[in-house]
Design a binder for this molecule. Structure first.
Ligand SMILES: Nc1nc2c(ncn2[C@@H]2O[C@H](COP(=O)(O)OP(=O)(O)OP(=O)(O)O)[C@@H](O)[C@H]2O)c(=O)[nH]1
Ligand SMILES: [Mg+2]
Length: 467
């Protein structure tokens, strides 16, 4: 049997108990909103703090994973601050694997803030963003991809994005990455064994090793491509609708967002400012921007609006350039088209198809013809837009890397390229291992098996407070 390579350096501290107790409001806080709000504590003092503040009447016993009914009281004055339920989850059977206590208080702003203040006065520390998840990770309850999936689930803007996050939470991503890393470790073991004990071992089949590495690289490229599509589900797209005045931009925004968000009139120059509308197209969150029709004008207000239209057209992820097919493709339409940067996906849309004379052919510039008034062509427009952005099919996605994971997977694929080049040039085995070890490390950073504390702090600081 070949000796296995030295285990990769593990810079994360081994699971260890945190020595303080953290607390935060775990639910959204808004005045007059939400009937229930949760204050969550985690750490060794969670239970003693809770028992000082919570008065449970009758014979209720403080058992783990049982709900207690009672009042949160200020120990200094005895004042009842809120009527609440208390849920105690003793270590290690909790999200963080520490003892966790949740006070289920009344919602809104006041009660929950007062309960949190009492908890902090009793010795807990205000949790940093993501600190509960960070403890869950450090205590081995979650790998890094699952912890990130929790955050993505909370911030998902569409049902599909939430489904992807759930797949991550179920460990789909962790398993894919861990399996690839294992395959690389197998090859690394063989190679490193040859570096040290070439004479004592049967000869190594170099081309077979290279084939195995190339197969992992191909899977990484597939994951990267899926990740790009998944990014769309997470971040969404900002799509600007631009065009000359009166071509129907505002009507299209209203049609796509099923709202009366923008003012529509038959007067050219109606829209003066950017009008935004959020919607979800086939699982993809979109921010649609209706803009002022672009033309030469002396009107000062309209000029300012047009300047904003031009800026939006430059900054958008995609542009819908609308023109009136009953008026044909005009030189002004062509000028607008030339304003759209090369790098921005552009779709030229002919509007007012309902007014086109029977038998008349629309200008060939129209990639899709619609009627913002009747809805004709809407589905085709939506599909074409998503496809133009390079993400036609997000339905089949099983798992998708986030940006951090995407960068690491790309780094791993590049490192593997280095190993493959060493193979091609038939360099000695230790040249193969240098990049291979780097690839293993990058994949380990995705799941958190090899990751520095500084990186962890950065990852978790993006989470919301109380998570
Ligand atoms: N027949 C027909 N009329 C339309 C259609 N789309 C828009 N209109 C009409 O065209 C006129 C202008 O529509 P808007 O949506 O305000 O046009 P706009 O491009 O936002 O105009 P500005 O804000 O002035 O740049 C209105 O009278 C709409 O009812 C369409 O598909 N068919
Ligand atoms: Mg308008």
């Amino acid at each position: 049997m070949s000796p296995s390579p030295a285990p990769p350096e593990r810079s994360v501290p081994a699971p260890f108990p945190q020595d303080d107790t953290i607390a935060a409001v775990a639910t959204a806080i808004a005045p007059g909103e939400g009937s229930v709000a949760i204050v969550r504590l985690s750490g060794p003092d969670a239970e003693p703090i809770a028992s000082r503040l919570f008065v449970a009447p009758g014979q209720q016993s403080w058992d783990s994973h049982r709900v207690l009914y009672g009042h949160v009281c200020d120990p200094a004055s005895g004042e009842r601050v809120d009527e609440a339920l208390l849920l105690l989850m003793r270590a290690p059977r909790s999200f963080t694997r520490e003892t966790v206590v949740e006070f289920h208080c009344h919602g809104g702003l006041i009660c929950v803030q007062r309960v949190l203040e009492l908890v902090l006065a009793a010795g807990a520390r205000r949790a940093l963003p993501g600190e509960f998840s960070q403890r869950a990770f450090l205590n081995g309850r979650l790998d890094l991809t699952r912890a990130e999936a929790v955050s993505e689930l909370v911030t998902a803007r569409s049902r599909r994005a939430a489904q992807l996050a759930m797949a991550g939470l179920d460990g789909g991503l962790q398993q894919r990455i861990a399996a690839l890393r294992e395959r690389l470790l197998d090859q690394l073991a063989e190679l490193e064994a040859r570096v040290d004990f070439e004479d004592d071992l049967p000869p190594l089949d170099g081309p077979a090793v290279a084939t195995a590495l190339a197969a992992v690289q191909a899977e990484l490229h597939q994951l990267l491509a899926d990740g790009e599509r998944g990014q769309l589900l997470r971040d969404g797209l900002q799509v600007a609708i631009v065009g000359r005045p009166n071509v129907g931009k505002s009507s299209l925004l209203n049609r796509l967002s099923r709202s009366e968000r923008a003012i529509v009139t038959d007067l050219p120059g109606t829209t003066r400012d950017l009008v935004e509308s959020e919607l979800v197209l086939q699982g993809v969150p979109l921010t649609l921007l209706d803009t002022a029709g672009i033309r030469v004008t002396d009107d000062r207000v309209e000029q300012l609006g047009i300047a904003r239209s031009r800026a939006a057209l430059q900054a958008a992820d995609a542009v819908l350039l609308l023109f009136d097919i009953t008026a044909g493709w005009r030189p002004e339409d062509q000028q607008l088209r030339e304003l759209v940067p090369e790098s921005v996906p552009l779709l030229v849309v002919g509007n007012k198809a309902d007014q086109l004379a029977p038998g008349a052919a629309p200008a060939p510039q129209a990639e899709v013809c619609i009627s913002a008034l009747s809805g004709h062509g809407q589905e085709q427009l939506e599909q074409l837009l998503l496809r133009r952005c390079g993400h036609g099919d997000v339905q089949g996605l099983q798992v998708a890397l986030n940006r951090r994971q995407q960068d690491l997977a790309a780094a791993a694929a590049r490192s593997l390229q280095g190993s493959l080049e060493a193979a091609q040039q038939q360099l000695p085995w230790d040249f193969w291992t240098i990049d291979l070890r780097a690839a293993v490390r990058s994949l380990g950073e995705i799941t958190g098996e090899e990751v520095s504390e500084a990186v962890l702090d950065r990852v978790f600081s993006r989470f919301c407070i109380g998570k």
